[in-house]
Each structure stands twice: as structure tokens, then as C-alpha cells.
Write a protein that binds this ligand. Structure first.
Ligand code: PEP
Length: 255
């Protein structure tokens, strides 16, 4: 396995944007623009209420639908949460876990990220697990330590054979939604730290096989350079995934 044989995944993260009707219109517009572009997997991770219209609109296309979070319990008194089974039954294939906005605003911890990751893969979902350092942590020189720690925590108790259902997204917190992108070398280095952590846990072969995305202000202008890096197997894209033209340029860059 190497960059050429690893799965490249371009995933949009819509955050709290788009209504159900906007979702249908967006996917109907996007589908012909990305049709036949099978050099990467194309995923849209959407708000909970948009899941069903997204799955409907994406039927018969090469666009796959993801959720933005999943709870780790199968059911119960967890108001506002969604179980993995609820998601799979709706046709969801991917789920974002541990996004920095969840960590920052909603009390997500490395422990809950791990539990959610286990629940997702045990249900057959592909987990897109986000890790990333703050600017302060970078400036203090802790980027490698932090990325390896977050990666290992997220993958605790994951079985080697489940790694094929896990994508790690390296998302420097200082680059998310800020318009400040990591340089291609910084992205490559961060993704390399993640891959090294996977190697330490599961061995070199597993580390070579796992898809590691970069996320943080990836856009139509910088995608090609970021995606050219040896450790960058795709992107998790916020703002630029809300415009069909920009998202298509990023998909094109990944072909
Ligand atoms: C994200 O939401 O994961 C993200 C990377 O956002 P943006 O592309 O807007 O920085």
C-alpha cells in the first residue's frame, strides 16, 4: 500500500448549514458535475435532518452520505443524540467523529471520541475521526505528541480488521474555518504523525493502508497542492463543500 493504492476520500462537512430542500437541490446540482469521477470517494456529511433527503437525492450517483456525529450507546435516555443503527437504517455510510467544534463547544473528549468510533465501526459505518492541535499547542512544540496521543486514544480497542472502516482527518484547529490553511508541508507532516501513531499501534502495513485526510480551509485554489503530498489521502472540507463548483474542483484535484 502507498498513496497510489490507498483510498482517497473527499468529504464535505456541512456543519450547521443547509435545510432539507437546499440539500436536495444541492445534490441534484452536484451529481452531474462529479459523475464518473471515481478517482476518489465523494462524501457529504450533513446535519441530521438533511440525511434522508440527501440519501434520496444521492441514489444512483457516486455521492455517499455521512452524518456529523453518532452516540456510543445503542438507545436510551440521551436526548438529542443519534445511534449508529438509526444512521445505518437511514442509509448513512460515514460519520464525522471528534470534530474540533464538537470538542470545543460540546464537551467532546478523547474518551468519548473513542467510544463513538467503536460504536460507528461496530455498526459498519466508516468513521472519519478528527484530530488536530491548537495554535498554542503548535507553538509550544506539542504537535507530534498531541496528534499521536489523540490518534491512539481514538483507536483504542479498535480491531486491526476494523481499520479499513476508519479514516483519520488531521485538522489543525487554527486552520478550521479561519481561511488560514496549513502549508502543504505542514499538512503532510501532520498526516505523517498520524500515520506513525497508527504504525506504532498496528504496524507499518496498517499505517500504509489507512486513509489520512487533511482538513482546514481546503479550497478550490489550494486543494491540488495539498492533495499532491504523499501523506494526504483526501480532504475534509467545510466552507468549500457548500458550493458545488468549489467542491467539484476539489474532487477534480483528487482524480
Ligand atoms: C471542517 O469543518 O472540518 C473544516 C475543515 O472546515 P473549513 O474547510 O471551513 O476550514
Amino acid at each position: 500500500m502507498n498513496k497510489a493504492t490507498r483510498r482517497t476520500v473527499i468529504a464535505g462537512n456541512w456543519k450547521m448549514n443547509m435545510t432539507p430542500s437546499q440539500t436536495t437541490a444541492f445534490i441534484k446540482e452536484l451529481a452531474p458535475m462529479v459523475a464518473g469521477k471515481d478517482g476518489c470517494d465523494i462524501v457529504l456529511c450533513v446535519p441530521a435532518v438533511d440525511i434522508t433527503p440527501a440519501v434520496e437525492a444521492a441514489k444512483g450517483t457516486n455521492i455517499k452520505v455521512g452524518a456529523e456525529n453518532v452516540h456510543y450507546k445503542e438507545s436510551g435516555a440521551y436526548t438529542g443524540e443519534l445511534s449508529a443503527k438509526m444512521l445505518t437504517e437511514c442509509g448513512v455510510e460515514y460519520v464525522v467523529i471528534g470534530h474540533s467544534e464538537r470538542r470545543q463547544y460540546f464537551g467532546e473528549t478523547d474518551q468519548t471520541v473513542n467510544l463513538r468510533t467503536l460504536a460507528a465501526v461496530n455498526a459498519g459505518l466508516t468513521a472519519i475521526v478528527c484530530v488536530g492541535e491548537t495554535l498554542e499547542q503548535r507553538e509550544l512544540g506539542y504537535t507530534e505528541t498531541l496528534l499521536k496521543y489523540q490518534t491512539k486514544m481514538a483507536l483504542t480497542n479498535v480491531k486491526a480488521e476494523q481499520l479499513k472502516n476508519i479514516i483519520i482527518a488531521y485538522e489543525p484547529v487554527w486552520a478550521i474555518g479561519t481561511g488560514v490553511t496549513a502549508t502543504a508541508d505542514q499538512a503532510d507532516e501532520g498526516n505523517g504523525f498520524v500515520r506513525a501513531a497508527v504504525a506504532e499501534m498496528f504496524g507499518a502495513e496498517a499505517a500504509e493502508a489507512i486513509t489520512v485526510q487533511y482538513g482546514g480551509s481546503m479550497n478550490a485554489k489550494n486543494a491540488a497542492e495539498l492533495l499532491s503530498k504523499v501523506n494526504v489521502d483526501g480532504g475534509l472540507i467545510g466552507g468549500a463543500s457548500l458550493k458545488t463548483a468549489d467542491f467539484t474542483v476539489i474532487v477534480d484535484a483528487a482524480q
